[in-house]
Design a protein around this ligand. Structure first.
Ligand SMILES: Cc1cc2nc3c(=O)[nH]c(=O)nc-3n(C[C@H](O)[C@H](O)[C@H](O)COP(=O)(O)OP(=O)(O)OC[C@H]3O[C@@H](n4cnc5c(N)ncnc54)[C@H](O)[C@@H]3O)c2cc1C
Length: 236
């Protein structure tokens, strides 16, 4: 009788322990599992984002920071893709142009565009007029290419002027992912040294890792930037 009682007690103890461990595990998973932030972009419809900061980087280049709907929202733009921005030109007509943010989905609550404004440019006019507190209409993602980590061994990138922003987006994603072993080699052409967009961020992220950057200047010189530092050479 005692043996039967003791076996029953043992069985109940085991059942209680199993239930406790199961409940504990479920609770742990519940509190540690972060819900995936919702992407803000809509590929079918333009959505409005508020400009919260405008920083002039040179006489014709500015950085625009736009707020996302909540502080923990992400834009939801796959690496390698871009988006369409809509604005008004100098005669009030709608204009839509593609742009690539310099931020990634690791930048939560906002996204940034670095824009070069051309004197006669239609969308340039819109960005020139855009003030903090104004809204920009954006639609996306757009584009066929989607970057996957370790997709290739080495990326050979060739860019000129504002064409740097799609390269910067991919290069930044590679640098920020320790599991991504892709090498990056960038040749970036500009009219003058001052025209080089994102030069500080590019040189820091590319030169202090195993990646190499070459900046060529059409003024007759080029800047070669490697892990061992910078050096100038003559254009040949
Ligand atoms: C995938 C993609 C991503 C892009 N990302 C960015 C970005 O992040 N930042 C950015 O500033 N731009 C970017 N651009 C370029 C952008 O889409 C526009 O072409 C640019 O802003 C000029 O548009 P606009 O309407 O002001 O000029 P437009 O009205 O089209 O052009 C007016 C005149 O300005 C001059 N011009 C226009 N564009 C250029 C140019 N690129 N180089 C030299 N002269 C030019 C030409 O003389 C032209 O006749 C990107 C383009 C693509 C395809």
């Amino acid at each position: 009788m005692d043996a039967l009682q003791s076996r029953r007690t043992e069985a109940i103890s085991i059942a209680v322990a199993v239930v406790a461990i199961g409940a504990g595990t479920a609770y742990y998973l519940y509190i540690t599992r972060k819900p995936k932030p919702k992407a803000c972009l809509d590929p079918e419809n333009f959505k409005e984002f508020k400009l919260v900061k405008r920083t002039q980087l040179s006489h014709n280049v500015a950085k625009f920071r736009f707020e996302l709907p909540t502080p923990d929202s992400v834009l939801g733009l796959p690496i390698g893709q871009h988006m369409s921005c809509r604005g008004k030109d100098s005669v009030g007509e709608d204009v839509v142009k593609p742009y690539t943010p310099t931020t990634l989905d690791s930048d939560v609550g906002y996204f940034e565009l670095v824009i070069k404004m051309y004197p006669q440019g239609r969308m340039s006019h819109h960005f020139r007029e855009l003030q903090e507190g104004d809204y920009l209409a954006v639609k996306g993602p757009k584009g066929r290419f989607k970057y996957q980590p370790n997709q290739v061994k080495t990326f050979g990138m060739l860019a000129g002027g504002t064409g740097i922003t799609p390269m910067f987006q991919v290069a930044r994603a590679i640098m920020e992912n320790p599991k991504d072993k892709t090498n990056v080699s960038l040749i970036y052409a500009n009219v003058t040294f001052e025209d080089i967009l994102l030069k500080v961020r590019l040189s820091f992220s590319l030169s202090f890792s195993h990646h190499i950057m070459f900046v060529s200047l059409s003024e007759g010189a080029c800047l070669v930037c490697t892990i061992s530092g910078f050096s100038f050479c003559r254009k040949s």
